[in-house]
Structure formats: structure tokens, C-alpha cells
Design a protein around this ligand. Sequence first.
Ligand SMILES: NC(=O)C1=CN([C@@H]2O[C@H](COP(=O)(O)OP(=O)(O)OC[C@H]3O[C@@H](n4cnc5c(N)ncnc54)[C@H](O)[C@@H]3O)[C@@H](O)[C@H]2O)C=CC1
Ligand SMILES: O=C(O)[C@@H]1CCC=N1
Length: 274
Amino acid sequence: MKEQALGFIGAGNMAGSLIGGLISDGYPPENISVSDVDAAKLNDLATRFGVQTFEDNKAVVARSQTVLLAVKPQVLEQVVRDIAAPVRERAPLIISIAAGVREAAIDGWLGGGASIVRCMPNTPALVQTGATALHANERVSTDHKSLAEAIVRAVGIAVWVDREELLDLVTALSGSGPAYFFLFMEAMENAAAEMGLDEATARLLTQQTALGAARIAIESEDGPADLRKRVTSPGGTTERAVEVFENGGLRSLVFDAMKAANARAAELSKQLGG
Ligand SMILES: NC(=O)C1=CN([C@@H]2O[C@H](COP(=O)(O)OP(=O)(O)OC[C@H]3O[C@@H](n4cnc5c(N)ncnc54)[C@H](O)[C@@H]3O)[C@@H](O)[C@H]2O)C=CC1
Ligand SMILES: O=C(O)[C@@H]1CCC=N1
């Protein structure tokens, strides 16, 4: 895939993460072009990675075999309509990472007949620990599916979902998920600091605990319920804390939070083109 000309429209956080991952993975920077309305963002990526930059989105389409849409969902329609003519002419593979915008909406704005892969990455892509789910419309060839998967695999793991609606659920799980863990870490740090530990120590111990728990969870054959039991000595401290979480309804709170995020993703897709 590394000989393919790859274009990014939008040079923000996610584009920077994906480009950083691809380049660390050996993708030649001269085969990557990027456009943005913000010249400072383009300068930043050109300096960090040596990629080609353009202020005109159509210039990126004109030189790319794959075009990755990395702008906010709210500006996607205008961006896509603006590149529709060169996309029809060159028929590149279109990959969209915008939350909540359906393949059919993008295809409609392009005038129909486009090969579109939609994916939902997450910000740990920045440190090559991303989790991305992908879905392809019926026009995408097997080779193009492999190409899209290879692009996101450069920054972490990739899984395919067989129904596009499942991307809303993935958004609520792994798309927004890093923020849930950060919230939990923030609460643990604050509690420890409030009870008397200095803030720097509270942060360090919380961070290393999160990293250690994640590594055990990934490396072990066992699920989180079993791993939790191994920390929980009968009559000990963990048991007391877990009792407080369970009695406080942590599980149903997590369920409700993810349901709300899932519903918001579905709502966004209705607002942003059906
Ligand atoms: N941040 C996250 O955790 C995740 C974000 N996403 C999706 O990734 C997409 C990008 O998000 P971020 O990188 O976080 O946003 P961002 O705001 O950092 O980047 C968007 C970029 O688009 C540029 N832009 C705006 N109008 C433009 C135009 N007309 N033409 C070209 N460029 C234009 C902006 O200047 C900005 O640099 C969004 O659609 C979001 O839904 C997906 C998964 C996770
Ligand atoms: O909060 C959001 O809408 C985006 C999608 C997933 C993560 N950030």
C-alpha cells in the first residue's frame, strides 16, 4: 500500500495521529498530501512529517488514489460537495472518519457511485494504540478494504463491523471510551488528593495503575471479572470499594452513559444528512 498516493482533507488531531502512525510504519511522506483551511495546521504537519500540503482540497483529490476525510462532521457536507467533480473524475477510494455521517449521505453529496469506507478511530492512535472499527459500502473492492484496514492498522488494531449502524455503538464504546477512562482516573486522583496524598504522587500512581490494569487485561486469557476477583481478597479493601461501586449503581450508570452516546451518534447522523 505504501506506493499509493494518500490524501488527507483536514489536518487536525486525528489526521496528525494517523499520519504520524503511517510514517512511523514506513509510509513515504512524499506519498502523503494534506489540505486544510488553516495554514498553521498544514505547516505543523509539513514540519513534523515532511508531507505535501495544500490549501485547496481539490488539489489533494487530484493527486490521490485514496482520500481520507478528517474534518468535523458539521463541515463535511460542504467539503464533500466541493470535491465532488474531481472525485467523480478520478474515482478514488473515500475513507471517512467523521462521527455519525452515513456512507449514503457522503455518496449522495458526491453524486452517487463512490467507493466509501467509514471508520471510527480513537485518539490513542496518536501513540499507536488506537482502536478502529470499519464498514465498507457495497462498491468497495476487496483490495480497497485491505488498503483501508492497513492504513488504520498502522496506528493500532482494526475490526470490521457488518452493519453500518454498529459504528454508532462503536463510537459510544471505543470512540468516546478514552474519555471515560480519563474521567475515572480524574476521580481517583482527586479522591486520593482530597484524602491527603500530594497531587503529583496521586497522578503517578493512578497512571501506572491504569497502564498495569490495561496490560494485564490484554495479556491475560481471562476476562475482567476474573482479573478483578484476583485483586479482591476476601474481607479485604477491594471488596469494600467494589461493594460501594455496585451499591451505587456503577454498572447501570455505564450502560446509561453508553446508551446516551450511542443515541447521540444516531441523532447526529439524522441531522447530518440522514
Ligand atoms: N477526536 C476524536 O476522539 C475522534 C474524532 N473523530 C472524527 O475525526 C474527525 C476530525 O476530528 P479531529 O481531528 O478531532 O478535529 P480537528 O478539529 O482537530 O480537525 C479538523 C480539521 O479540519 C479543518 N477544516 C475545517 N474546515 C475545513 C475545510 N473546509 N477544508 C479543509 N479542512 C478544514 C480544521 O481547520 C481542522 O484542522 C471528526 O469528524 C471526528 O468526528 C473520530 C474518532 C475520534
Ligand atoms: O465526541 C465525539 O463526538 C467524537 C466522536 C468520538 C470521540 N469524539
